[in-house]
Design a protein around this ligand. Structure first.
Ligand code: ATP
Length: 239
């Protein structure tokens, strides 16, 4: 479904943020990309969702295919129409809008059945249903993350890109986010999730990649990756 073929990305005159990166995310699957600070995880998400140029980044080589068709060079609106939605790092919800207004903002304007999408979102995230009339600023961090994810789903994507969904959240909430990712996969939407929290990401994922300095250094099934010494020691706190 998503095939990233040898992309390289640079910001300004800096060192490359991604170097000939290859990656695939299959339909009906959760694919995890783990790696430390500055490994290039967010850059990968921005490249796939088309927002890279807004951040001063540029693709210097390679291609990105979605369902076999090139999509690099398309802007975010066109990519949402193709079925790719991006939930950026930092749960950027509209603080002064209500939960429901935030959700409506995520629905692509062409869709007439926003009501059905809202009902689906409320079915998946009970806490949002309870708080639909509240302003987003009043939600806890975990609830805001759920709102950001639910808003991403409002365009009914076939591929959801999640950038560090567990960042700054308490362990119980992180666990809940993991469950939500499984539910999203169950509903038929593929998920590409990048995380510093490798334990969570590799627990929920089918396949995974380890990124270091803009390169894939390891890849395999999530179970294979969890079993490697490198992932154990560097990312899962093993010894
Ligand atoms: P983090 O977990 O800290 O978000 P990351 O793995 O997502 O890290 P990126 O944010 O993709 O990493 O950053 C990869 C590299 O690109 C880093 O060296 C970073 O300094 C650089 N970089 C990222 N965004 C920009 C930008 N807008 N302008 C210049 N350099 C950037």
């Amino acid at each position: 479904m998503l095939e990233v073929r040898g992309i390289s990305v640079r910001y300004g005159q800096g060192a490359p943020a991604l170097r000939s990166l290859h990656l695939r995310a299959g339909p009906g699957q959760v694919t995890a990309v783990v790696g430390g600070n500055g490994a290039g995880k967010s850059t990968l998400m921005k490249a796939v969702s088309g927002v890279l140029p807004f951040d001063g980044g540029r693709l210097e080589g390679g291609e990105i295919l979605f369902d076999g068709r090139p999509v690099h060079g398309l802007g975010p609106t066109a990519l949402v129409r193709r079925g790719i939605a991006h939930v950026p790092e930092g749960r950027r919800v509209f603080a002064d809008l209500t939960v429901e207004e935030n959700l409506r903002a995520g629905a692509s304007t062409a869709r007439k059945d926003v009501r059905a999408s809202l009902d689906e979102a409320y079915g998946m995230f009970e806490v949002l249903a309870e708080r639909r009339r509240q302003r987003a600023v009043l939600l806890s961090g975990g609830e805001q993350q759920m709102l950001a994810i639910a808003r991403g789903l409002m365009s009914r994507p076939r591929l959801l890109l999640l950038d560090e969904p567990s960042l700054g959240l308490a362990p119980k909430v992180v666990e809940r986010i993991g469950e939500i990712i499984s539910v999203i996969r169950g509903s038929g939407t593929a998920v590409l999730v990048v995380e510093q929290n490798a334990a969570m990401a590799l627990a929920v994922a089918d396949d995974g990649y380890v990124l270091e300095q803009g390169r894939v250094v390891l890849s395999g099934t999530a179970a294979e990756l969890r079993a490697t010494d490198e992932v154990q020691q560097l990312y899962l706190g093993g010894s």
